[in-house]
Design a protein around this ligand. Structure first.
Ligand code: SAH
Ligand code: SF4
Ligand code: F3S
Length: 486
């Protein structure tokens, strides 16, 4: 998988599955909470999973667990897993093999599988992976202290019940792996969309929104801890709604009702000092109101990740995406008209069932039309029980999928370079997120369009807003000079 974001940093957490192609990410709580037991927690998959791991750490810290980065000193090892593509599951299974070795030396070690793979495979996982003691789905994390106790009593423990209500809204996440500047906030869970290729509705259950009060409280608490950026998370944030039916009818007229644009505005108004981002939007639901709200507030970032998946209407219909090529391009025009300096990215799948060469070319021509700043591109991977698995044949040969993927990656690279080149000589406000991995003398930060800029450190530090002038670029990196505080 290839990302054209410039550095593997927060942006890539938006699609952590990309990093996870290489490794899982161990997260640690820097401060000790005084716990007596040690938890090793490793997360795979999307940003929702990473956000969930922060909930898990919080639940278990109340049960006396501190996290550790060394699995050998852990009492409990938990892998928060992803099922989105077959590769994601293979990686977790390989990781479990490694823990097999640790467990041989330390038989009392408790090993648990959380997240989407746990939900997908349920009890079957216990048969397949003998060392696994706990299987807990995404809505079962409050039960983890009990599940661990069950294992300590000598039994295997499973809870894969999905809930229609659980949002963990009262649990304040323990910020893991944090740069102290950017934080994720889950605003909803689950997905009701049923895209035919996608396993998420089966692993995450029905869509439900979290109360605006609890979201605002979390934002306020982040602001008071000097955070500078929040990313509102959901599988389909545009269908966030509070006290409102799916059709937009108000449920209780005596209570406030909100859609996603309203919520985003409320968050933006908490403080002009924090930036607001969101992920992920669905083209069929992204409204003009959302774009207008983005344009209205300087601190809502001018960046939209709008996964298209294919540029061919027939294939989009087979994917059950509920929009056509023309609809998607119309949304892009609306966004560009409303937010002229917007940054756009997308997801694209190559080799979905029955995809012809012509249809593949239509994906490429859509990319040409839009010229995304970056894109996440995947080979189609058939997932058990999905609509596509039941209805369509996975008939595009692996070699053809790979060839088409290479073609769209190469094309995207030219578009990333095109977009970066357009930025040369211009000035951009950047929020500094940290020190560049390559040099201690350099910092990096993001423009409102979510583009990473690297520049000399001088007097600046993490969390500052600075104006940078772009001096050079490649398809993957922009370098600039800081001109002063913004
Ligand atoms: N809810 C988000 C993203 C979900 S998963 C959305 O609707 O956009 C992230 C991306 O993984 C998807 O956008 C899609 O491009 C990709 N993906 C999902 N299922 C896949 C599959 N079976 N094979 C290949 N890619 C897949
Ligand atoms: Fe999957 Fe579609 Fe839901 Fe995204 S919107 S999580 S792709 S079913
Ligand atoms: Fe993966 Fe589950 Fe996210 S399948 S992409 S971890 S919702």
């Amino acid at each position: 998988m290839v990302s054209f974001a410039c550095l593997l940093t927060v942006h890539d957490l938006m699609n952590k599955d990309i990093i996870e192609e290489f490794q899982g990410s161990a997260l640690d709580i820097p401060k000790s909470t005084g716990g007596t037991k040690k938890l090793y927690l490793e997360s795979y998959g999307c940003q929702m999973n990473f956000s969930d791991s922060e909930i898990v750490a919080s639940i278990l810290s109340k049960d006396g667990f501190d996290t550790t980065q060394d699995p050998k000193e852990a009492d409990v090892v938990l892998l928060n897993t992803c099922s989105i593509r077959e590769n994601a599951e293979i990686r977790v299974r390989n990781k479990l093999k490694q823990f097999n070795k640790v467990k041989k030396d330390k038989p009392e070690l408790v090993v648990g599988v959380l997240g989407c793979m746990a939900e997908r495979l349920k009890i079957q996982l216990l048969d397949e992976e003998k060392l696994v003691d706990i299987v807990a789905g995404p809505d079962a994390y409050r039960d983890l202290p009990n599940l661990i106790e069950e294992v300590n009593d000598g039994r295997k423990a499973v809870n894969v019940l999905l809930s229609r209500e659980e949002t963990y809204e009262d649990i304040s996440p323990v910020r893991l792996d944090s740069n102290g500047i950017s934080a994720f906030i889950s605003i909803m869970r689950g997905c009701d969309n049923m895209c035919s290729f996608c396993v998420v509705p089966f692993t995450r259950g029905r869509e439900r929104s979290r109360s605006p009060e609890s979201i605002i409280k979390e934002v306020e608490s982040l602001v008071s801890s000097s955070y500078k950026e929040v990313t509102l998370l959901g599988q389909n944030v545009d269908s966030y709604r509070w006290n409102m039916t799916k059709k937009g009818e108000i449920i209780d007229p005596n209570k406030p009702s909100l859609d996603f644009a309203d919520l985003m505005e409320m968050v933006a108004l908490v403080s002009p000092e924090i930036r607001v981002r969101f992920s992920t939007s669905h083209p069929k639901d992204l409204t003009k109101k959302v774009a207008v709200t983005m344009a209205k507030h300087e601190n809502i970032c001018n960046y939209i990740h709008l996964p298209v998946q294919s540029g061919n209407t027939e294939l989009l219909s087979k994917m059950n995406r509920n929009y056509s090529r023309e609809w998607y391009l119309d949304r892009i025009s609306m966004i560009k008209e409303t937010i002229p300096d917007v940054g756009l990215s997308t997801d694209m799948i190559s080799g979905f069932c029955s995809e012809t060469e012509e249809q593949h070319k239509e994906s490429m021509s859509l990319m040409e039309d839009v010229k995304f700043h970056f894109a996440y591109m995947f080979k189609y991977s058939e997932r058990p029980k999905t609509l596509a698995e039941r209805k369509y044949e996975d008939d595009v040969p692996e070699k053809v999928k790979a060839k088409r993927l290479q073609e769209i990656i190469a094309l995207q690279s030219t578009h990333s370079l095109y977009q970066n080149t357009k930025m040369l000589g211009k000035k951009y406000k950047v929020l500094i997120e940290g020190t560049s991995k390559r040099s201690k003398e350099e910092l990096y930060g993001r423009t409102t369009q979510n583009v990473v800029v690297i520049f000399g450190k001088e007097k600046y530090k993490k969390g500052d807003y600075v104006i940078t002038e772009i001096e050079s670029c490649t398809a993957g990196t922009l370098r600039g000079k800081a001109l002063g505080y913004a």
